[in-house]
Design a protein around this ligand. Structure first.
Ligand SMILES: Nc1nc2c(c(=O)[nH]1)N[C@H]1C(S)=C(S)[C@@H](COP(=O)(O)O)O[C@H]1N2
Ligand SMILES: [Mo]
Length: 520
């Protein structure tokens, strides 16, 4: 046996182009097999009307398991592009593994196929266990896997003659023809995938066609805007977006239904039209994400329009020993919110419009919850479909087992917007920013330079205790050199914000926003 191996040169060594030529052909075959699979998977997903393409299935499973520190790192690296970064990352890893599979498959088809089978298995299990994947959510991944296996087999067949050194040019041409054919086919199928997932277009059209009650004004209340601070009203396109949805749920208003059930006297089921028949509430509310670092921009202020949640809950009649609701989104995200914050005077709402427009699809179209004073992860469920009245000792919402506190009142904080860490000319320097303590209110903001005495800033008009409050301070005679600016806010009762640094997990960052500035 051994003797034979020594006597007979290995096949690839007989091939004129040697091992490398066969290797790159194998890798290319593997990559094209994977791309074909992904394209077929997207068509299957489109036909089935599911969001669970193989990449979405793997990515969603990844998002559900990523530890909080990595999530924060991803947000700080990629900001709101973290989802795109994840998709790109997954595709790169898949293609790299497929290339490896292709190389292995040249000699032993089953070895390359095994890689595809394992990846397919992972995607199928991920999709089958997703709350929003439905009965058929695993099918696109299965279709993708089978397609990739077939294409991989075609390539390994085609490469056999090359491997045995039987190449006379015909084999190489055949490989090129196969590659070109598969590449064109995969591109065409991929385009078809886009066409058949036309749900997106239908939802976009339905959204445009809505004619919702308009708020009396969309301008910032008089005096609320401080000079130099960010716009008091955050435009929808600039509003931060945070959620676990790799593929944004697409819900037609005509399909939307909300069930309010659990510990209630009467279950309620509402359609979108039912919602529109109820009295409308327009309200400025500043949303904040618990993952916002000190000085961060995961905060935005908008005019929300919708209906009072309190009225609906009272119609349902919560039982006396209920203390929470668990709200669920179309894609299986859940939030746990204290019942008391929905029944008190803060006007928690089911919102269907944002800054006078139907909710943007990424911000929860057609209906989401907005609760002044609570971080988004415990309250602001987008793509809302279900409200269960319950008790905190009966459930854990999405983020709780992942290391975040079950309760999430927003913490008093302040941020310096200008000068934004840049160079400024010496003399008079305007320092301005925002401060917030939703549903408590901000009574004072102070600024200090290089750790010196605190100076009281001028507060802009308070629009309401549920919105951020802007401020500015004039730094007279700013001297040349590098300086450090800090701000601190006080709540309505006169308590200062917590100065010691704490990270976002488990219930919100604390510390003073510190900005370095060079005075020229
Ligand atoms: N369905 C769903 N709703 C969700 C989330 C989510 O992951 N899924 N994230 C919450 C979090 S953590 C925040 S901070 C807010 C952000 O809302 P925005 O994206 O409209 O700014 O949405 C909340 N609602
Ligand atoms: Mo959040």
């Amino acid at each position: 046996m051994n003797q034979q191996l020594v006597d007979q040169p290995r096949a690839s060594e007989r091939h004129p182009e040697g091992r490398n030529g066969i290797r790159w052909r194998g890798a290319l075959g593997g990559i094209l097999a994977a791309l074909s699979g992904l394209a077929a998977g997207s068509v299957a997903a489109g036909l089935l009307g599911t969001s669970q393409t193989p990449v979405v299935a793997i990515g969603s499973a990844f998002i559900d398991r990523v530890p909080p520190w990595l999530k924060d790192l991803a947000i700080s690296w990629f900001g709101t592009n973290d989802k795109t970064a994840l998709r790109v990352g997954i595709v790169i890893v898949l293609l790299a593994l497929a290339a490896l599979g292709g190389i292995l498959a040249v000699r032993r088809y089953w070895a390359g196929a095994l890689i595809i089978v394992v990846l397919t298995g992972a995607a199928v299990i991920a999709a089958a266990t997703r709350a929003d994947a439905g009965q058929t959510g695993f099918l696109p991944s299965a279709v993708a896997g089978i397609t990739a296996l077939i294409i991989l087999r075609l390539f390994s067949r085609r490469l056999e003659p090359l491997l045995q050194g039987l190449d006379d040019g015909v084999g190489r041409r055949g490989f090129l023809q196969l590659s070109a054919g598969v590449a064109i086919g995969a591109a065409a199928v991929g385009l078809l995938g886009r066409v058949v997932s036309g749900n997106r277009a239908a939802v976009a059209d339905a959204r445009k066609a809505l004619n919702l009650p308009k708020p009396p004004s969309l301008d910032a209340p008089a005096g609320a805007q401080a000079e130099g601070a960010v716009p008091w009203v955050t435009p929808n396109d600039d509003f931060y977006r945070i959620d676990t949805a790799l593929s944004v749920p697409q819900i037609l208003p005509s399909d939307w239904k909300l069930r309010i059930h659990g510990m209630v006297d009467r279950e309620i089921e509402l359609s979108f039209d039912d919602l529109l028949k109820r009295p409308v509430l327009h309200k400025w509310v500043t949303l904040t994400c618990v993952s916002n670092e000190v000085g961060g921009d995961l905060i935005g202020n908008a005019m929300w329009s919708g209906v009072l949640l309190k009225d609906l809950l009272q119609e349902a009649g919560p039982s006396a020993d209920a203390d929470a609701i668990q709200s669920t989104s179309k894609d299986g995200f859940t939030a746990g919110t204290p019942l008391s914050t929905l029944l008190d005077d803060r006007q928690a709402m089911l919102a269907y419009a944002m800054n006078g427009q139907p909710l943007p699809v990424e911000h929860g179209f057609p209906v989401r919850i907005v609760v002044p004073g609570l971080y988004g992860y415990v309250s602001a469920t987008k793509w809302l479909t279900d409200i269960e009245v319950t008790r905190f000792d009966q459930f854990e919402a999405y983020w709780t087992p992942r290391g975040w506190s079950a309760l999430g009142p927003i913490k008093l904080s302040s941020r310096i917007d200008v000068p934004g860490g840049k160079e400024v000319p010496a003399g008079q320097v305007t320092v301005a920013g925002v401060a917030w303590d939703q549903h408590v209110g901000v009574s004072k903001v102070e600024v200090r330079v290089d750790g010196g005495p605190w100076h009281e800033a001028t507060l802009a008009t308070d629009a309401s205790i549920d919105t951020w409050r802007q401020w500015h301070w004039t730094w007279d005679n700013a001297p040349h050199g590098m300086h450090m600016l800090q701000s601190r806010a006080f709540d309505a009762k006169g308590n200062p914000q917590v100065e010691s640094s704490a990270p976002p997990a488990p219930n919100g960052a604390t510390g003073l926003h510190t900005v370095s500035v060079k005075v020229n």
